[in-house]
Ligand binder design. Structure first.
Ligand code: UTP
Length: 408
C-alpha cells in the first residue's frame, strides 16, 4: 500500500491523524506504518456504539451439568477412556496467554508473575506442573500450544526458555501469536502508540483457532492425529489440564465440546453460566440472568442455572472448522490504552481511556451443536488471578493453593 492508498483508507474511516508524523519518519518506519494501515481492519470501529451493551440474545433454557455424583460413580470408566485417548496422542493442550492482564498491572506477561512466598512459584510453572502430572501418569508427552500476542511473545518465549520450560519437553511446545485489533478513544479515534504505530491490543481469546490456522498449525493437528484440544486460561493456577477423567467423560459423551464448570457460590455470583440458547449450547452472563432464571429449578429441585464456566474447554477438533469469526459477536471493552499525546510522548493511563475489540471463546461454544458441562470442585480447581488483591487475586489464589497442599 502506498501513501495515497493509505490516506484514502484512513479518510474513509475518519482516521487521517494516523499519518500526522509520517513525513518525519525514516523509510523503514514509513513502510511499517503503511503495512499496518493496510493490514488493520478498521471496520471494528463502527461497533463503539455497542460499548456496554450485550448483543440481542435468543431464548435461554437450562443445560444439565454432569455432576460430581455421576463423575465419581463412573470414574474408572471415564479415567480409562481418557488415558486411552491421551496415550493415543489424540489430546493436546492450548494455553491462552495472549491477554494483556491489565487488571493485575504487571508489565510482564501474566504467566511470569511469581506467586511464591518462600520460593519462586511462577504462574506458568504452576500450569506446566499441573500438566506434567498427567504426562507422568499416562507416560505420554502431550502436545502443548501456547498462544501469545505480539505484545508479550518475545518475553514469554524467552522466560520459558530460560526456565527450561519448567521441565516440559521443548519440542512438544509450539508458540504462536494471536491477531491484534486496533484500539481507540471514546469517540472512535484510533490511538497511536508511537509515531509510526497505531495502538493495538489482542483481539480476544476466541482468536486462538483462526490464529492457529493462519500460523499453519492445523497441520500439526492433522499430522499427529490430535482430535481434542483442552483450551485453558493463563490465570487459573489450580486447574487440571487434560485430566483423564474430563477427557474420558467428554469423549464418551460424544459432544462437540466439554466445559469444566463449578457450582455457583450464590445465585447472583458474577460468572457466566452454562445453558442452552435457542437450543444450542451457550453461556449466559450473570447480568443477563432474569429473576425467573435465577429462581428456576431442575427436576431435583436444585437451581436450573447453577454452573459457571471456568475457561477450561475440551474442543473436538473436527468440529472447529465450522466455527467462523464473522458469526461471533464483537465485544467492545473499556480498557487502559497506552498512547502518544500531542507532543509525541508515550502516556500509560491509570484509568480506562478507550475501547478495544474482542471476540470471546464463550461465543465459540454457541456455534457448536453439543456441550457437556462437567462439574469440578471449585476449591480444588478454580483459583483465578485477575487482580493483585481482593476477589480473584494473587492473595485468594495463594490461600487456595495452600489448601491444596501446594508449597509457595
Ligand atoms: P481475561 O479477559 O481475564 O484476560 O482473559 P486479560 O484481557 O489478559 O485481562 P485484563 O482484563 O486485561 O486484566 C482470560 C484468558 O484469555 C486470555 C488471557 O491471557 C487469559 O488466559 N486472552 C485474553 C487471550 O489469550 N487473548 C486475548 O486477546 C484476551
Amino acid at each position: 500500500m502506498d501513501k495515497n492508498q493509505a490516506e484514502a483508507k484512513l479518510k474513509e474511516y475518519g482516521q487521517e491523524h494516523v499519518l500526522k508524523y509520517y513525513d518525519e519518519l525514516n523509510e523503514a518506519d514509513k513502510e511499517a506504518l503503511l503495512r499496518q494501515i493496510d493490514e488493520t481492519d478498521f471496520s471494528v470501529l463502527s461497533h463503539i456504539g455497542n460499548a456496554g451493551k450485550g448483543d440481542a440474545r435468543g431464548k435461554f433454557s437450562p443445560l444439565a451439568a454432569m455432576q460430581r455424583e455421576e463423575i465419581v460413580r463412573r470414574e474408572k470408566e471415564f479415567h480409562d477412556a481418557g488415558v486411552e485417548a491421551i496415550k493415543a496422542g489424540k489430546t493436546a493442550a492450548l494455553l491462552l496467554a495472549g491477554g494483556m492482564g491489565t487488571r493485575l498491572g504487571s508489565d510482564n506477561p501474566k504467566g511470569m508473575y511469581n506467586i511464591g512466598l518462600t520460593k519462586e512459584v511462577f504462574i506458568f510453572q504452576r500450569l506446566i506442573e499441573n500438566l506434567l502430572d498427567v504426562v507422568r501418569e499416562t507416560d505420554t508427552w502431550i502436545r502443548l500450544f501456547v498462544m501469545t500476542s505480539e505484545k508479550n511473545h518475545e518475553a514469554t518465549v524467552a522466560f520459558l526458555k530460560e526456565k527450561k520450560y519448567f521441565g516440559y519437553k521443548e519440542d512438544k511446545i509450539v508458540f504462536f501469536k494471536q491477531d491484534m485489533a486496533p484500539a481507540c478513544d471514546y469517540n472512535g479515534k484510533l490511538y497511536m502508540e508511537g509515531k509510526a504505530r497505531i495502538s493495538t491490543s489482542p483481539n480476544g481469546n476466541a482468536g486462538w483457532y483462526s490464529s492457529m490456522v493462519r500460523a499453519g498449525l492445523d497441520k500439526i493437528l492433522t499430522d499427529e492425529g490430535i482430535e481434542w484440544i483442552d483450551i485453558f486460561a493463563v490465570d487459573n493456577v489450580l486447574q487440571r489440564i487434560c485430566d483423564p477423567c474430563f477427557v474420558g467423560a467428554t469423549v464418551l459423551a460424544n459432544v462437540s465440546v466439554g466445559a469444566k464448570v463449578v457450582k455457583k457460590a450464590a445465585p447472583d455470583e458474577k460468572v457466566g453460566v452454562m445453558c442452552l440458547e435457542d437450543g444450542r449450547p451457550s453461556i449466559v452472563e450473570y447480568y443477563e440472568l432474569s429473576q425467573e432464571m435465577m429462581d428456576a429449578k431442575d427436576e431435583n429441585g436444585d437451581p436450573a442455572y447453577n454452573y459457571g464456566v471456568i475457561l477450561n474447554y475440551l474442543f473436538h477438533v473436527p468440529e472447529l472448522k465450522a466455527v467462523t469469526d464473522d458469526r461471533m459477536p464483537l465485544h467492545v471493552v473499556e480498557k487502559k490504552i497506552p498512547y502518544i499525546d500531542e507532543t509525541g510522548d508515550l502516556i500509560k493511563p491509570t484509568e480506562p481511556n478507550g475501547y478495544k475489540f474482542e471476540q470471546l471463546v464463550l461465543d465459540m461454544i454457541h456455534q457448536l451443536s453439543t456441550c457437556l458441562p462437567y462439574e469440578v470442585i471449585r476449591e480444588n480447581e478454580f483459583a483465578p488471578i485477575k487482580n493483585p488483591t481482593g476477589v480473584d487475586s494473587v492473595e485468594s489464589a495463594r490461600e487456595l493453593c495452600k489448601k491444596n497442599g501446594i508449597e509457595l
